[in-house]
Design a protein around this ligand. Structure first.
Ligand code: AMP
Length: 216
């Protein structure tokens, strides 16, 4: 968990590659739905392009289907749950399956850094690899190193939308972190998202390994 631009997606990709888990990103799943142009996808654009959260009933259904189809040995949720209602729905689904969360990672980040990071972010529409115009440039400008596709800026990475997303985070998602902190026995791992990606990964991986989660 963490505000937009804290580096959740980057860490999720690194951790799942290291531990052999499956990465389930609600943002990626919703973007794929939107790109497919289905009736649901068209409905999503009005929220996603303006930095608002998609309504809980839609997200819970979409994520329940993705979770239900999962048979990996470990699962890393990225961007979900983002409201207390979603967290309660996730708890109910996990309980039904006889499962529970092992840990919650919380990445902190300050607002000025977030706006700088996100407005320079570019991504590959084909493979999802993420770049930055200043700090993580592709070998050839504007082109993905791995698949040669033309890099794009997400509609919701424009500055005014980023500010709206931060507001949604503070109002709707921070209470979810409090909800998890209050749960006895659930490990909440706090990391500074302002560190380098490798430093953040080292902290997260070490804490997860100490819990025995990484070796399952
Ligand atoms: P992300 O890539 O995680 O920043 O998500 C991009 C956008 O998708 C968000 O700004 C929301 O509009 C929507 N979204 C992603 N995950 C959720 C969620 N769990 N609940 C509501 N909306 C979401």
């Amino acid at each position: 968990m963490g505000p937009p631009g804290a580096g959740k997606g980057t860490q999720a990709k690194k951790l799942t590659a290291r531990f052999g888990w499956r990465h389930l990103s609600s943002g990626d799943i919703l973007r794929a739905e939107k790109a497919a142009g289905t009736a649901l996808g068209k409905n999503l654009a009005e929220y996603m392009d303006t930095g608002k959260l998609v309504p809980d009933d839609i997200v819970v259904d979409v994520m329940a289907a993705a979770l239900g189809a999962n048979n990996a040995s470990g699962l890393l949720l990225d961007g979900f749950p983002r409201t207390v209602e979603q967290a309660a729905a996730l708890d109910a689904q996990l309980a039904k399956a006889g499962k529970a969360l092992d840990a919650v990672g919380v990445m902190g980040a300050d607002e000025a850094m977030i706006v700088r990071r996100i407005s320079g972010r570019r991504s590959c529409p084909q493979c999802g690899k993420v770049y930055h115009v200043e700090t993580l440039r592709p070998r050839k400008e504007g082109v993905c190193d791995d698949c040669g596709a033309k890099l794009v800026q997400r509609d919701d990475d424009r500055e005014e939308v980023v500010r709206r997303r931060l507001e949604a985070y503070r109002r709707q998602t921070e209470p979810v972190i409090a909800y998890y902190r209050a749960r006895p026995g659930l490990k909440v791992i706090d990391v500074d998202g302002g560190g380098t990606p490798d430093a953040v990964l080292k902290t997260l991986a070490a804490e997860l390994a100490a819990l025995g989660v990484g070796s399952r």
